[in-house]
Design a protein. Structure first.
Lengths: 355, 531
């Protein structure tokens, strides 16, 4: 409601100012239409029209005659290169354009234009339509207006990445091109092919254009053990397979060794004294020690005992009572540790001793 | 309606601003207000037919554009208001039915000037080069060739006026810009300027990342004598391209130096340029690309009055802080030779040779371009022209391929001036483009015939037919044909008025069934008047 009052107040002020101005002016408003010479804005529009005609005709020299190399505010050489690049890469069908406005800065004039360009990309024969909003700055040089600066969407020279990097963005320019209108450029590398990928800052491999340089797909080798499986861990990766992964270093394991240190026997039984040592570089889990021997009746018999977990380097002593043991001179009875292999060891051959 | 009210509101402000100036002027002169302008009314009919319309528009559309320039001479200056608007139902041109395109009011005196509306500042290109919707104030001391100028500019950058007021159509960020420029001129071609700009985006923007930048710079040109002129621009910026993120603003320098020499006046000029823009140099509203160092030389030698030689050499590279994986380097050299022989008046022969090498970051490319053109325009009215451009691209990048491109063009023209300022003209142009490469060759042949008649100031007409056929190994063959009829009629031989008629048929056909073949018919009639 307050806004409406403000608007009405403004309208009232318009009328007051208008009539007061008219009333007090000795030179009242002259309603006679007067044909004037060309304004600067019209001159600039005329030069822009000539630029467009030269661009459509792919007339590079005619175009550059309307560009001031002396006053050009960006890099003139790069722009020249970009223009020739357009004519080399594109077949320009036609450009429709609609001038929005010409904004003066004293003699210099900014021209804003909306455009639609139809062309063929000669690299792949694709028919393209691009729309954009651009700004061009013109300056008067020896009485003629010449182009000295470009901004916004790339109407001219868009085929050269080096030039696209030069051109500043402006408010209102086309930010996102539809996929149908998009062309191969730094923002649309997916539309590039092998011929124009690298010139747009991409890297061509695997039959498409990528942002990052080519890096070969890694396979199982000493540098990529994570890609190995049990079958090729050792052969291709020179690794060690344990814990379901391929490792660069051998797995740390215990190594249990059992030694008979003494024995006592009578006519009806015996006792063997042993010690178990962990020679490996990992702690060992609990396991069993078992003695097998021959009874006096000639029947085979055995006795066993539990061995608690052994730390690295730890030695544990123990004894086994052998009922009905018949000593025949030694060497025919054995003591074995971890016969069921509950402990993974680096060396399973030293798990037995005889007595 | 809402829009109209807003335009009127703007108008009220404009008139409020103008009125005091006009009152002030009345005491000193009897100059009347003058209005001049241009109107263009256009009606267009377009029909599209074919296997696919390819997204082309069709139907009947109209467009009306009107430019008005209201002005009044003051005792020592000038004041006025320029307006430009457009109404259309053609969505290819504009999504809105009506739009105020341009509004510019000004009041200029000998030493002071004030502008509002669409105002522009094109100062140090490394600091500020843009236009805004806002205000501009200028003040000068001394004389134009020896004195100081001060300019203050501020406003908001928007692509159109209604986005300033109409939130529903707001599709751009509110970018507030302030700038100050002062320049001291000691003598013609001897001046030093200082520019400061401040840019801040509306932090509530969801369109783009809001930026903020403060930039200050110096620019100068100093002509020491007839042999040497030194020009330069330098700037320092403190900028943040996204004020919402956690990264702080960057400080960066930019420098551009140009030494213009004429070691042999009237015969040789040689210009040197050195430019270095730091990777973090992002002034937002200036014409500068960051992360680049460039050295150039441009030498022109008028060997005699028949022969002119020009060479341009460029070396540039990026990755100034070695943060990228590799450095992209460009070396470019171009030689132009122009020969206007005495023995064949009204003719010129041009030779252009370019050698360019791009290397680094996945690019490894050499390019050689040779071009020869010949033009002859004898007084008989005939015109002969021919050109040949040969390009050899040697691309050693991964999956790159070598290319050889030949472009040939021939032109034959004739014009004859008849009595009563009547003129008849005809031009035939033939061109061919041949690309040889491993992945597939491409040949295209085309021609254009243009026939025109000018009946003095009363009317003129043009008939044009052009065609281009392409034969591609890697894509479908295609052809494009364009017929145009253009006619201009100036009622009463008054060239400030024109009725323009355009009829056009465009045909595109491709062997690829998925390609959007089309036949397009366009007819336009327009009435233009300058007053």
């Amino acid at each position: 409601m307050k806004l409406n009052h403000a608007v009405k107040l403004c309208l009232l002020l318009i009328l007051v100012c208008f009539f007061s101005t008219t009333g007090f002016c000795a030179s009242s408003y002259d309603r006679e239409l007067i044909v004037q010479d060309k304004t600067r804005a019209m001159q600039v529009e005329g030069v822009f029209k000539e630029l467009m005609a030269a661009y459509e005709d792919e007339d590079a020299q005619g175009f550059l005659d309307l560009v001031s190399d002396e006053r050009f505010r960006q890099d003139y050489m790069t722009f020249t290169d970009a223009l020739y690049s357009d004519f080399r890469n594109y077949e320009i069908r036609q450009v429709d354009y609609w001038i929005d406005r010409v904004v003066p800065d004293h003699v210099k004039q900014f021209l804003y234009v909306r455009w639609e360009k139809r062309y063929e990309n000669l690299d792949d024969g694709q028919q393209l339509t691009t729309t954009g909003f651009s700004r061009f700055l013109f300056d008067e040089v020896d009485g003629d207006y010449l182009l000295i600066e470009l901004a916004g969407n790339n109407l001219f020279g868009g085929s050269l990445q080096e030039w696209r990097d030069e051109v500043p963005q402006i408010s209102g320019q086309e930010a996102v091109q539809s996929s149908a209108d998009a062309v191969c450029d730094a923002q649309n590398l997916g539309l590039c092919d092998g011929a124009n990928c690298s010139s747009n800052g991409g890297y061509w491999y695997d039959n498409s254009c990528h942002q990052a340089p080519y890096t070969p797909s890694p396979v199982c080798d000493p540098s990529h053990l994570s890609l190995c499986n049990e079958a090729n861990c050792s052969s291709s990766g020179n690794g060690y397979w344990y814990n379901d992964t391929c490792n660069s270093t051998p797995q740390t394991q215990p190594d249990l060794v059992v030694r008979v240190v003494d024995m006592m026997f009578s006519s009806s039984d015996g006792t063997v004294y042993y010690e178990v040592e962990n020679l490996g570089d990992a702690d060992a889990a609990a396991c069993q020690v078992e003695a097998t021997y021959t009874e006096m009746s000639g029947a085979p018999a055995s006795a066993s005992d539990s061995v608690a977990p052994l730390a690295v380097g730890e030695v544990r002593s123990g004894s086994l009572y052998l009922p009905n043991y018949y000593y025949t001179g030694g060497g025919d009875a054995t003591i074995t540790i971890d016969s069921t292999n509950v402990v993974s060891e680096t060396n399973e051959t030293n798990n037995t001793d005889s007595f | 309606m809402n829009f109209i009210i807003k335009v009127l509101s703007i108008g009220s402000l404009v008139l409020l601003c103008i009125s005091p100036f006009s009152f002030a002027a009345e005491t000193s002169g009897d100059q009347p207000w003058q209005i001049r302008g241009r109107s263009e009314s256009m009606l267009q009919w377009q029909e599209v037919a074919g296997t696919s319309d390819g997204g082309l528009d069709e139907g009947t559309t109209w467009r009306q554009e009107l430019s008005l320039n209201l002005s009044k001479n003051l005792e020592k200056g000038r004041t006025g208001l320029d307006l430009r608007g457009r109404a259309t139902n053609d969505e290819q041109v504009d999504q809105r039915d009506a739009r105020l395109l341009f509004l510019h009011g000004y009041w200029q005196q000998d030493k002071v000037n004030f502008e509002f509306g669409d105002v522009a500042g094109s100062y140090n290109p490394l600091v500020l080069s843009t236009s805004v919707k806002g205000l501009k104030f200028g003040y000068m001391t001394g004389e134009r060739d020896h004195g100081m100028t001060y300019t203050l500019i501020g406003g908001v950058q928007k692509p159109s006026w209604e986005e300033l007021y109409d939130n529903t159509s707001d599709d751009s960020v509110d970018r507030y810009i302030g700038g100050f420029n002062s320049a001291w001129t000691h003598a013609p071609a001897q001046s030093i300027g200082a520019t400061f700009s401040y840019i801040k985006d509306d932090s509530a923007s969801t369109v783009t990342d809001p930026a903020e930048a403060k930039t200050a710079g110096l620019d100068w040109q100093w002509r020491f004598n007839r042999y040497v002129t030194f020009k330069g621009e330098t700037a320092f910026t403190h900028s943040d391209l996204d004020t919402k993120d956690s990264q702080s603003a960057d400080d960066a320098w930019a420098l551009k130096l140009r030494l213009l020499t004429k070691p042999l006046p009237r015969s040789v000029r040689s210009n040197f340029m050195y430019e270095r823009l730091a990777p973090d140099y992002k002034p937002v509203v200036a014409s500068a690309s960051s992360d680049r160092e460039r050295i150039e030389n441009d030498t022109e030698w008028m060997i005699n009055r028949q022969v002119k030689l020009r060479t341009t050499l460029k070396y540039s590279h990026d990755n100034l802080d070695n943060q990228l994986t590799d450095t992209l380097t460009t070396r470019d050299g171009v030689v132009y030779l122009t020969y206007r022989p005495d023995w064949l008046k009204r003719s010129d022969i041009g030779v252009r040779a370019q050698f360019k090498r791009d290397s680094g970051r996945g690019t490894n490319r050499n390019m050689q371009v040779g071009a020869v053109d010949f033009n002859l325009r004898p007084k008989s009215g005939w015109r002969y022209g021919t050109s040949w451009i040969f390009t050899h691209i040697n691309d050693n990048a991964t999956s790159g391929e070598d290319q050889k491109i030949n472009t040939l063009r021939g032109t034959l023209g004739w014009k004859k001036r008849l009595a009563d300022n009547h003129l008849i003209r005809a031009t035939l142009r033939l061109d061919g483009n041949f690309i040889n490469r491993d992945s597939g060759d491409r040949e295209s042949l085309g021609g254009q015939l243009d026939f025109g008649y000018d009946a003095g100031n009363l009317w003129s007409t043009d008939l044009l037919a052009s065609t281009k056929n392409s034969y591609n190994d890697i894509a479908a063959d295609n052809s494009y044909i364009d017929y145009q009829l253009r006619a201009n009629y100036h009622p009463g031989e008054d060239r400030s008025k024109a009725i323009r008629l355009t009829a056009e048929r465009r045909e595109y056909a491709s062997d690829d069934t998925a390609s959007p073949d089309y036949h397009e018919h366009i007819a336009k009639i327009a009435y233009l008047v300058n007053f």
